[in-house]
Design a protein around this ligand. Structure first.
Ligand code: PEP
Length: 256
């Protein structure tokens, strides 16, 4: 059985005080029967606070970082290393988010170095892949996904590949009015699993969770998660309010 993961990507929102308020409200709302691994990726400034709050809580969430550099230490102004994240009990790191690729110019090759570093330091990479609207309209989405996966993961040992999570985030569906269509998204998740099989083998590919991201909310989460190859969600806007995020988790848990 693949792990099912619901993750919050807070992007550059939430101060330390807001994080504290969120956590207190959210922890009280997590359903007792929750079957999902819940991740929160706050801004780096709030990781220590979230880690501290979490250590004291009975219902644990997992901490994720939104990015990291691939070196352990050094003269890299503004960067955060894998060991710094480990010290705060961070378990996951989002890598190659489209905002990192588009706004900060991260290439597939840079993402690949980060993926290797994360695995080396025992952090689980959440590797984001996804096509632009133009690429989709040109029918190139599979080509793009295949390239992003191949460059980021080529040469990673199958034993390490089992630790990764893939997040399929069509860029045109992020922060959009409408999400992608669940049935069409399922086809692309199945395609991603084929590429993962090609890069490792079927047994490993079967174990890798593939999340969907792009305008997930309370109303559509169940439809996405009921698809056979959609193993969770990566959520931006709708994860910023404790009640909304908790409602998504409740809706997901209603699925049999
Ligand atoms: C994201 O940026 O990863 C994301 C999925 O955002 P939103 O849920 O706001 O579309």
């Amino acid at each position: 059985m693949r792990k099912k993961i619901i993750a919050a990507n807070w992007k550059m929102y939430m101060t330390v005080t807001e994080t504290e308020n969120f956590y207190r409200a959210f922890a009280a709302e997590i359903p007792q029967n929750n079957r999902f691994e819940i991740l929160i990726a706050p801004p780096a400034t709030a990781l220590a606070k979230l880690s501290e709050l979490n250590a004291r809580a009975s219902q644990r969430i997992r901490l994720a970082a939104q990015n990291m550099f691939y070196e352990e230490s050094g003269a890299y102004t503004g960067e955060i290393s894998p060991t710094m994240l480990r010290e705060l009990f961070v378990r996951y790191v989002i890598l190659g988010h489209s905002e990192r690729r588009q706004i900060f110019g991260e290439s597939d090759a840079l993402v690949a170095r980060k993926v290797r570093a994360a695995l080396h330091y025992k952090l689980r990479p959440i590797l984001c892949v996804g096509e632009t609207r133009e690429q989709r309209e040109a029918g190139k989405e599979k080509e793009i996904l295949e390239r992003q996966l191949r460059v980021a993961l080529q040469g990673v040992e199958s034993s390490s590949l089992e630790s990764i999570v893939v997040a399929y985030e069509p860029i045109w569906a992020i922060g959009a009015e409408r999400s992608a269509v669940p049935e069409q998204t399922q086809q692309l998740h199945a395609f991603i699993r084929c590429v993962l099989t090609y890069l490792s083998n079927a047994a490993v590919a079967e174990k890798i969770p593939i999340q969907y991201g792009g305008s997930v909310n309370t109303g559509n989460v169940a439809e996405f998660l009921s698809q056979p190859d959609i193993d969770g969600a990566l959520i931006g806007r709708a994860s910023l309010e404790a009640r909304k995020f908790a409602d998504i988790i409740k809706a997901a848990n209603k699925l049999s």
